[in-house]
Design a protein around this ligand. Sequence first.
Ligand code: FRU
Length: 495
Amino acid sequence: MSSQTLREARKMEEIMGKQIRDEERPLFHLTPRAGWMNDPNGFCYHGGQYHMFYQYNPYSSHWDSMHWGHAVSSDLIHWEYLPAALAPDEIYDSNGCFSGSAVTLDDGRMLLMYTGVLNERGKDGWTVEVQTQNIAVGDGVDFEKYENNPVLDEKDLPEGASRNDFRDPKIIRREDGTWAALMGSRPADGSGQILVYTSTDCLHWTYEGKLAENHNRFGKMWECPDFFKLDGKDVLLTSPQDMLPEGFEYHNGNGTLCLIGTLDEKTKSLIEEHDQAIDYGIDFYAPQTVLTPDGRRVMIGWMQNWDALPIREPHEKWAGQMSVPRELSIREGRLWQVPIRELEAYRTSPVSLKNIPVSGKVQPEGLRGRVLDMELTIRRDEDAEPFDRFSLWFAMNDTFHTSISYRPREHTLKIDRKFSGSRRAIIHQRRALVEEKNGELNLRIILDRFSVEIFINGGEQVMSASLYTPLEADGICLRCDGSCRVDLNKWDLSI
Ligand code: FRU
């Protein structure tokens, strides 16, 4: 039985969703049906389809009163909206159905585990959030909240863990068939940790231990964990709040962290071997992964930065979008990402330029477009002095452009969306430290109407940013301070 609150949300999204024309959305990046979207939730493969739920406010383009929106896809490229799955309609979630995950039970039903938020007045009159874990079970469209919710609350916390920061359960299935739920938590040291609870039926959960502890190394509270095996390693993804930058890593405030290591089967904790940001651009947070039927680990993140929300104008009918799905692998001990290979089937109108000299500004004939897949290889011009800077400008006309600039002497790649149409004094640039391979830097650029994702050196690093430049700005040009040589392959994406 759906509640009045859920019925109203479903009606609202149907009416408001129809008012958004297809051209006002990205071509293949998922946006909320109407209103506001943040984290991906419940990303899973169920009954022959991928399901993506998301943090959702169908009533405005601002964060408020979290629901779960819902979309399905057979290929992770074409998405179809389903009615909102969860609304804040119980006491324990009356201030929001926060992030969580989805699994398929052995009887074929889908189970959602999410964080319920209830605002409470503390003794001093200050409002605090009480966060508990809750279950809803259904057929993949309609869900019934479990009568014994919450299934985990403050009684289940280890000593020192906060009842106000206890959220974002990710359920995984272990090889022995039992379930484990990972949770973001704030211990007494004020930073973050990942708690593990286990279950045989997904309803009754027992505290097992800590998968990882921050000890104030990487930001504060750790949100939205995911954990999986990949290429013989154990990988923990989490999104720490309030990070301090370290060199060229962790510049996003609320950032992302990938810890690669080996799970100690005895203590069930991760022995860490390597840490890195997941994305080096401006907009990427709270990713979740799914295992595809053919064995690929695919990740989607929220392509937005909490500190840069004003990039989206307040009157817009939708706010927030997901990243392109990315296939993950471990190479040389690092996390590598490439756009999901299904995208390549939609490449049309190829433009191919080999070893062209670039000096000053070059605007090759026919090189334009706002929805495209482009590969660039940049190398030194052997007949000239080493160059100072190479730039690619795109989403460009006389008023607007966004640029990617490579400075070989500094080994930096910079994205700059200052002239993308933003009217706000928010962060518009980000630099990453990059390394040439055999004297070349390779970039793959995925441009949709309102975003750019740059895959560096075949996926060694990624930089993502949203940009809300008017669509008529579709020019592209190459620039070099000095001289360099470039190979370029560009396709339109026709989906
Ligand atoms: C991360 C997050 C989660 C929380 C959700 C609320 O972006 O803060 O920790 O569950 O968003 O919308």
